[in-house]
Ligand binder design. Structure first.
Ligand SMILES: Cc1cc2nc3c(=O)[nH]c(=O)nc-3n(C[C@H](O)[C@H](O)[C@H](O)COP(=O)(O)OP(=O)(O)OC[C@H]3O[C@@H](n4cnc5c(N)ncnc54)[C@H](O)[C@@H]3O)c2cc1C
Length: 455
């Protein structure tokens, strides 16, 4: 069937970009260069009405629908062959209410946009560790980042969301209205509707004391064993995670060590900055330091510090697991595969899942694994397509080695396209309720390009 886009163009204010239009290649591209898909059209939504019209148009013409916020999905869920993409990137206005300490941001906002707007008031909310990631995809999956120990997951700070539903209608979901939908949005991913705006609680976070510390690989076991104990009762202002990392060519690293592989701790103190040095001292004492770049910086600068390692178009593959207990056997697996990290943009991070995340119970939001202790993510990112097989294999081998020492579940935003079979595990005791909510709000599975909860 030939589909004419004229009807759609007549209904939306934003651009509708088809294969013959200028800018099509740019408009169809997503962050992960592995996904070179060719949609029938990309709707650059400028307002809620555009999103409603595009959903109805896709349904009328039986087009697969991909929803794109920041476009960072590792499995490339923000694009689709022969379908319709609703790209929310024009909708990124952030309105801050400094008195109420809240912010309301458009569905295409990135954390960089958000931080810039809230930092002007000395405020922030938990986002991820890279500023180009979309607030929507990250929050709907849960949201783990620097401020998580202090203020919870990103989704824990969501107050309400403006949502276009699968039939093209619109609701504002919150604890008081469409409460089941609101519950499902907080961890259930993009399964239930298109968030055209998200409203967050903000916290007093302005300057932070933070940065990376590099140690020789021979101290990786000491670092991991120290970290698993220390982080249990560390003050909530402290966010930190261990990593394996090839040294980028940065000034603070001795030039003759650029390109060498290290273990690292990324430390972050969001309390009174004058207490930062003391707070992170145990990390300075645990082993000789090869290089470090820890000091007082504005929170948005910390959130953007790793951006250069993950430019748009880089190819990547991810896998992750929740970890209950970081056993000695798990550490042995890390010591075998972490040092084989193949690129400067490849890494393993072990994020703590404790502190404020444990203030809510596993069924309070859709994010089910609140009693996990860590969330592990193994990421390879590379430029050359000839390396696709070897880089993917490193992630899989590393994952296979640590999986027996981890939960069967993981964080949906750290998963690959081949992880769809893990959905039930990931949502554990919340899965059945999520299916019920899906049946109510999207019985035909219009929103299926995600870690999909089938109705
Ligand atoms: C470099 C990099 C760093 C990352 N760091 C972190 C981190 O520190 N912490 C963390 O928790 N995660 C992190 N992630 C993972 C990230 O949370 C997910 O990739 C997330 O899905 C990205 O959201 P997005 O809006 O940018 O992506 P998109 O590709 O636009 O969307 C991802 C999913 O969310 C859905 N979606 C997007 N926008 C909307 C919307 N407005 N309404 C409804 N559904 C929507 C999409 O349909 C898709 O299924 C990182 C990813 C990358 C690539």
């Amino acid at each position: 069937m030939t589909i004419t886009l004229d009807d759609l163009r007549a209904q939306v204010r934003g651009a509708v970009i088809a294969p013959d239009d200028d800018g099509y290649d740019e408009a169809r591209s997503v962050h992960n260069g592995m996904f070179d898909r060719r949609p029938k059209a990309i709707v650059r939504a400028e307002q809620v009405a555009d999103v409603m019209a595009a959903v109805r148009f896709a349904r009328e013409h039986s087009l697969d629908l991909a929803i794109r916020g920041g476009g960072h999905s590792a499995p490339g869920f923000g694009t689709v062959d022969d379908g319709l993409v609703i790209d929310l990137s024009p909708m990124r206005t952030v309105r801050v209410d400094p008195k109420a300490q809240t912010a309301r941001a458009g569905g295409g906002t990135t954390w960089g946009d958000f931080n810039q707007a809230t930092h002007a008031f000395g405020l922030a909310t938990p986002g991820g560790i890279v500023s180009t990631t979309g607030i929507a995809g990250l929050t709907l999956g849960g949201g783990i980042g620097y401020l998580t120990r202090g203020y919870g997951l990103s989704c824990d700070n969501l107050i309400s969301a403006d949502v276009v539903l699968a039939d093209g209608s619109f609701v504002i979901a919150s604890a008081d209205e469409d409460a089941d939908l609101f519950w499902a949005l907080r961890g259930g991913g993009g399964n239930f509707g298109i968030c055209t705006a998200l409203e967050y609680r903000l916290h007093d976070v302005d300057q932070v004391y933070a940065g990376p510390i590099f140690y020789e690989l021979e101290h990786a076991g000491d670092l991991l064993r120290f970290f698993r104990e220390f982080i249990k009762d560390a003050p909530r202002e402290l966010g930190c995670f261990p990593a394996f990392q090839i040294a980028p060519p940065l000034e603070f690293i001795p030039e003759n060590r650029h390109g060498d592989t290290f273990c690292a701790a990324v430390v972050h103190w969001a309390g009174d900055v004058s207490e930062g040095e003391n707070a992170i001292k145990p990390f300075r004492d645990l082993a000789p330091i090869v290089a470090e770049h820890v000091g007082v910086i504005p929170y948005p600068a910390l959130n953007a510090a790793f951006d250069p390692l993950f430019p748009k178009g880089i190819r990547s593959y991810w896998k992750g697991n929740h970890v209950g207990e970081l056993t000695d056997a798990a550490i042995d697996a890390h010591l075998e595969f972490g040092p084989k990290v193949p690129e400067v943009s490849a890494t393993m991070h072990l994020y703590p899942i404790n502190g404020a995340v444990h203030d809510l119970g596993p069924s309070d939001t859709a994010f089910a694994y609140r009693d996990a202790t860590f969330s592990e993510v193994i990421v390879a990112a590379w430029d050359d397509p000839a390396k696709d097989a070897s880089r993917t294999q490193w992630v899989r081998d590393y994952y296979d080695a640590t999986a027996p020492h981890s939960e069967s579940a993981g964080y949906i935003n750290f998963m690959a396209e081949d992880d769809q079979g893990r959905i039930k595990d990931n949502y554990a005791g919340n899965y059945d309720r999520l299916v019920q909510v899906k049946r109510t709000y999207d019985p035909d599975n219009v929103f299926h390009l995600n870690q999909n909860i089938k109705p």
